[in-house]
Design a protein around this ligand. Structure first.
Ligand code: IPE
Ligand code: IPE
Ligand code: MG
Length: 226
C-alpha cells in the first residue's frame, strides 16, 4: 500500500530572492507568492486524498524584518483573504488559521475571522495559513492552557491543545535551505521532509505532483520494522 499525503505542510520560502533576481523589490516576490498559494491550494482541493494543507505565511520571527516589509505583508494577507473567499467557497475549502493572532490589527483579525466563519461549513480540504506562528510558541501556549485548566499533560492532551492537532505526513520547504525555521515542530515528528531549491514563486503543481509521487514510494516505519 502506498502512503497517502493526508496532511501536507509547506514552508513557502524564497519570495524575496526571486524578486531580487529579477531586479525587483522583495514585495513583488510576495505578491507573486500569494498567487502560487492559490494555485497550490486549488491543486490540493482537487485531490481528495489530501485532507489538510498547512502553509507557513508569517513566523513569530518575521516581525524582525523592516517595518515596511512587515506592513506590506499584513496588507497583502488582508487583500488575499478578501479576494479569495470565492476560491474557498467554490473549492469547498475550509480556512483554519493557526498561530497567535492577537498581535494583528483588529481589521486584519476581523477579516481572518470572517473567512474562517464563512468557510466553516466547507467539507473538503482544510487550508491552514500559519500566521504569527512559531512551533515553540504553539507548544508553550498549549502547555499553559492545560496548566490553567489543571489538566494532565500527556502526548494526547498536548496534541489536542495545539492550534494544529494533526500530524504532518509530508513537509516541503522551497527556497534551498534545509531547516524547519520553527514550523510545526511537534506535528512533524514523523513527517517526510522534502527540500527543493525552487523559489516559492516558481513552485508549481507539477513539482508538487513529483514530490507526492516520491513521497508515496517512501517506506515509513514510525520506529517499527517492516
Ligand atoms: C518567504 O519568502 C515569505 C515570508 C517569510 C513571509 P522570504 O521573504 O523569506 O524570501 P527570501 O527567503 O528572503 O528569499
Ligand atoms: C520561514 O522563512 C518563514 C516563512 C516561510 C513564513 P524565513 O525566511 O523566515 O526563514 P529563515 O529566516 O530563512 O530561517
Ligand atoms: Mg526566507
Amino acid at each position: 500500500m502506498s502512503n497517502q499525503p493526508r496532511h501536507i505542510a509547506i514552508i513557502m520560502d524564497g519570495n524575496g530572492r526571486w524578486a531580487e533576481s529579477k531586479g525587483k523589490t522583495r514585495t513583488f516576490g510576495h505578491e507573486k507568492g500569494a498567487e502560487v498559494v492559490r494555485t497550490i491550494t486549488t491543486y490540493c482541493a482537487t485531490h481528495p486524498e489530501i485532507e489538510r494543507l498547512t502553509l507557513y505565511a508569517f513566523s513569530t520571527e518575521n516581525w524582525k524584518r523592516p517595518k515596511l516589509e512587515v506592513e506590506f505583508l499584513m496588507k497583502l494577507l488582508e487583500k488575499y483573504l478578501k479576494n479569495e473567499l470565492p476560491t474557498y467557497l467554490e473549492g469547498n475549502i475550509r480556512f483554519e488559521p493557526i498561530g497567535d493572532l492577537s498581535l494583528f490589527s483588529s481589521s486584519l483579525r476581523k477579516t481572518i475571522t470572517h473567512v474562517r466563519e464563512a468557510t466553516e461549513h466547507c467539507t473538503g480540504l482544510v487550508q491552514s495559513l500559519a500566521l504569527n506562528y512559531g512551533g515553540q510558541d504553539e507548544i508553550v501556549r498549549a502547555a499553559n492552557q492545560l496548566c490553567e485548566a489543571n489538566a494532565p499533560i500527556t502526548t494526547e492532551s498536548l496534541t489536542q491543545a495545539l492550534d494544529c492537532p494533526s500530524d504532518v505526513d509530508l513537509l516541503i520547504r522551497t527556497g534551498g535551505d534545509n531547516r524547519l525555521s520553527n514550523f510545526l515542530l511537534w506535528q512533524s515528528a514523523y513527517a517526510e521532509l522534502f527540500f527543493t531549491d525552487t523559489l516559492w514563486p516558481d513552485f508549481s503543481e507539477n513539482e508538487l505532483n513529483d514530490i507526492i509521487r516520491k513521497f508515496k514510494t517512501v517506506e515509513r516505519r514510525f520506529g517499527g520494522i517492516n
